[in-house]
Design a binder for this molecule. Structure first.
Ligand SMILES: [Zn+2]
Length: 51
């Protein structure tokens, strides 16, 4: 497993990195944006990929 595929998911509201994830080569080109639960905001917020 390569570390290159590791990504961080940052909450777009409070800018905290709350999740870590892996990316496969298929999705590597696109910027990931997901709705995830943020522990700081204590609700689901949009999360952006941040390396
Ligand atoms: Zn947040």
């Amino acid at each position: 497993m390569s570390q290159d595929n590791m990504i961080k998911l940052e909450c777009t509201v409070c800018k905290t990195t709350t999740h870590h994830s892996h990316k496969n080569k298929k999705t590597l080109k696109e910027r990931l944006e997901l709705s995830k639960y943020c522990n700081v905001c204590r609700k689901n917020t949009p999360h952006k990929e941040n390396k």
